[in-house]
Structure formats: C-alpha cells, structure tokens
Ligand binder design. Structure first.
Ligand code: FAD
Length: 386
C-alpha cells in the first residue's frame, strides 16, 4: 500500500480538474483519480460550449460566485494560453412573468448588474435571427456568453500537472472509507491513503455518495447542431453578430443555444434545458433518434426560423439533478474532518467550475470558505425519517 497524499480527488471532470488545480497551487500533494481518459465525452463536461451569465434566474445567491468565476476564467486563460470564454452577450427571453425573465431581472437588480430589457420589436431589430412572440421580452446581458468545457478541463489538468499533482487516468475508484485520521481509496489496481478526500463524481454521485442522503436523479440530455438556412449562410449566427440565448415558452419549456463558434461546417448548437429521460451512466441511450431531431427542429422553427436548416449531428450528456436543482458543495456531514463533496450540479454547473475548484480547496484544506455556499448544504435535502 501507499504512496500517501495530502488530498485525493475522485473524478477529474469539470469540478475535479479545477479542484486538483487549486489544491496543488496551494502546495498540497494531490492524487487525482479518473475513470476515463483526460477530457472525455462520457460524463457532463463535453460538447464544445456552455452558457455563462451573471443575471442568474435560478437565485441571486449565485451571483457573487459568478463574479469570482469570471475573474478566474481570465486567470486560467492567462496561465495556459487556452481560449476559455467568448463573451458574445446573451438574451433571456420569455413572457415578463416567466422564471427566465423575471428571475434574471431580480438578480440583475439586486446585484446592480449591467442589463437592458428589450421588448419584442427591439429584440427583433437587434438580433434579426430571433423571432419572439409579441408578448415576449428579453433581458440582454453584454457579459453573458459561453465557456469552452474541453479547454477549461484541459487547462486545469495542465496547471495541476505543472504544480506536481499525480493524475491517474483509466483508474476507476471502486470504494473509499475513513481510515485513521483520513481516508483510504481503493481503485481497480491500487489502494491509496490521504489526509483528505474530495469527491467530484458527476453522474456517478448515486454510486460514490450513497451515505450523503441526497436523492440524485441522472437525466439524459441531447445537444443538436444545425446548419442555418439563412441566405447569408452562417454569417448572422457568428458570435460577433449573435448572442447566446435561453428561451422560455408559454408552457415553461426552456430551450437554449449558441452562436456558430466553430465556423460554417459545425453550425450552431441548441438544446432543451431539462425535459430529458431519467437514466444512469451505465444504461444511458447514446443514440439520438430521428423523432428527437424532428421535435427540436419543429420547436426551433418557431423561435429562430433559419436555424434548423440542415441537421448536422447530435450528442448525449448527463445532468445530475438534486430535488431543488441547487448544487451540493460541502464537507460531508458524516465525515466533516476528512471528506469534501461537490456534486448535484443539476445542469447548470459548468460556468462555476473555477470557483467551485477554489471553494473545494478551501473546504478540504481549512475546513471553511469565505464564499457564500449556504444554499448548497446537503442537509437541506436529506430524507427526514418517517
Ligand atoms: C447537455 C448539457 C448542457 C449543459 N449546459 C450548461 C450550460 O450551458 N451552462 C452551465 O453552466 N452548465 C451546463 N451544463 C452542466 C455542466 O456541464 C455540469 O454541471 C458540469 O459539467 C458538471 O461537472 P462535474 O465535474 O460534476 O461532472 P463531470 O465533468 O462529468 O466529472 C465527473 C467525473 O468523475 C469521474 N468519475 C465518476 N466516478 C468515478 C470513479 N468511481 N472513479 C474515478 N472517476 C470517476 C467521471 O468519469 C467524470 O470524469 C450542461 C450539461 C449538459 C450535460
């Protein structure tokens, strides 16, 4: 048995790679253990783009974390030379009383974030690809845009490696347990001990965190890429001309999408926010079916008529949902001295990746953090005994 580490990080996807970076930057001897290869497409952190925004409709409590995440995007960009963000602006569209619009406005006003409210006419004028209903409005945020998940994960792994972290790929963790003052982690090929354990398991949370008491559900999601049919080709959809968008219809269905960031061949990506089937990482159907493509094309033809020109490709991904769709970031209630968890990101975690890495490093190394994380305590979700 051995060697021994200060901290073992289980899972080197979005959150775990950021944790490995922040922990090793503070001088901790870190071992990262990942089931698949570096920057893989089997979890939740692939597909080329993720929306980022600050006027957060989910809850104003996320805003201070977003302000810090934006600072860290720049640090990671500077330290690695990788392109992490494209801040092309974003519109949150819906009826004025929709959660997407009213929640975004609430956060913008509470935190004094720069924003504009556009009526349907003004929205059509500013962004001619968009075709809102007359009773729809939009909150426009110039600082919204997208982050590139593969580049972010690669950058954090690169920084962690540079700072001396041992990163083991294709080495799944079978189980972990408290051991003396710390933890012991068993993989398919070895056993390791450490003073502290950080668990960032993504969609494998139900397997690795049975003792947490959080009823996670894993949701299958599909991302679609279309070649727009506009007479000017992809030009109106380029990030210089086109914002990211989240669009809520009268039934509360949210769809979101991106400009054409990778040139004409790869088109523009769009997806439903939620609405997916419940699944598991072992049983997820990775085939995208014709009826799913047709349903998306039909939905988009009302919002952005030129977008569903030619279907190019689709890919699946997983959300790890908590019942209230807020994150879990905390010391483990049953092992508060030695174990920190970051999970249940409920389909909206990627924009927070660097700040989650910072928070997890705080919790693992000092037991506390200055960041406001009260909303993310797992005890709010633990099943109460009958
Ligand atoms: C289609 C889609 C669209 C999204 N859009 C947005 C968006 O626009 N904006 C946004 O902010 N967020 C978005 N999200 C959510 C965001 O991508 C996730 O919240 C985030 O990627 C979760 O990161 P994670 O580290 O928890 O999971 P992952 O990146 O999946 O990492 C978990 C890692 O743990 C590893 N692992 C699990 N079990 C073991 C084990 N036993 N041993 C070793 N390793 C293990 C896995 O292999 C994996 O690499 C989207 C998600 C999807 C699927």
């Amino acid at each position: 048995m051995s060697p021994t580490y200060d901290v073992i990080v289980i899972g080197l996807g979005g959150m775990g790679s950021a944790a490995a970076h922040h922990l090793s930057a503070r001088g901790a001897r870190v071992l990262g253990l990942e089931r698949f290869g570096p920057v893989h497409d089997r979890g939740s952190s692939h597909g080329g783009s993720r929306i980022t925004r600050q006027s957060y409709f989910e809850d104003p409590a996320y805003v201070p974390l977003l302000l810090r995440a934006y600072e860290l995007y720049e640090e990671v960009e500077r330290a690695t030379g990788r392109e992490i963000t494209t801040l092309c602006g974003g519109v949150m569209i819906g009826r004025p009383d929709s959660r997407t619009v009213s929640g975004s406005l609430r956060s913008a006003e509470q935190w004094d974030l720069a924003h504009e409210v556009l009526d349907a006419r003004e929205l059509r004028r500013r962004f001619p690809t968009l075709n809102p209903q007359d009773d729809e409005v939009a909150l426009f945020e110039a600082k919204a845009g997208l982050v590139r998940p593969e580049n972010m994960v690669a950058a954090h792994l690169q920084l962690a490696g540079r700072q001396g972290a041992d990163l083991h790929f294709d080495e799944p963790v079978v189980r972990w347990e408290p051991y003396r003052d710390g933890v012991r982690v068993h993989t398919a090929v070895n056993t390791y001990t450490a003073g502290r354990l950080v668990i960032c398991p993504g969609a494998w949370a139900p397997r690795l965190l049975t003792g947490l008491g959080v009823p996670f559900t894993i949701e299958r999601q599909v991302m679609y890429w279309f070649q727009p049919s506009s007479p000017d080709g992809v030009e109106p959809f380029r990030p210089e001309n086109h914002p990211v968008y989240i669009w809520e219809d009268a039934e509360g269905v949210q769809v979101y999408g991106f400009p054409a960031i990778d040139g004409p061949e790869l088109g523009a990506k769009v997806a439903f926010f939620r609405k997916g089937e419940i699944t598991t990482p072992e049983t997820i159907d990775r085939t995208v079916h014709d009826h799913e493509v047709a349903a998306m094309a039909e939905h988009m033809s009302r919002c952005i008529p030129e977008l569903p020109g030619t279907f190019l490709k689709a890919a699946t991904c997983m959300y790890s949902n908590t019942p209230d769709e807020h994150f879990v970031i905390s010391r483990h209630p049953a092992h508060p001295e030695s174990v920190t968890v970051a999970c249940g990101f409920s389909g909206h975690g990627f924009k927070f990746v660097p700040v989650v890495g910072e928070i997890v490093a705080d919790l693992a190394l000092t037991g506390t953090t200055a960041h406001p994380i009260g909303l993310f305590d797992p005890r709010r979700l633990a099943a109460t005994p009958a």
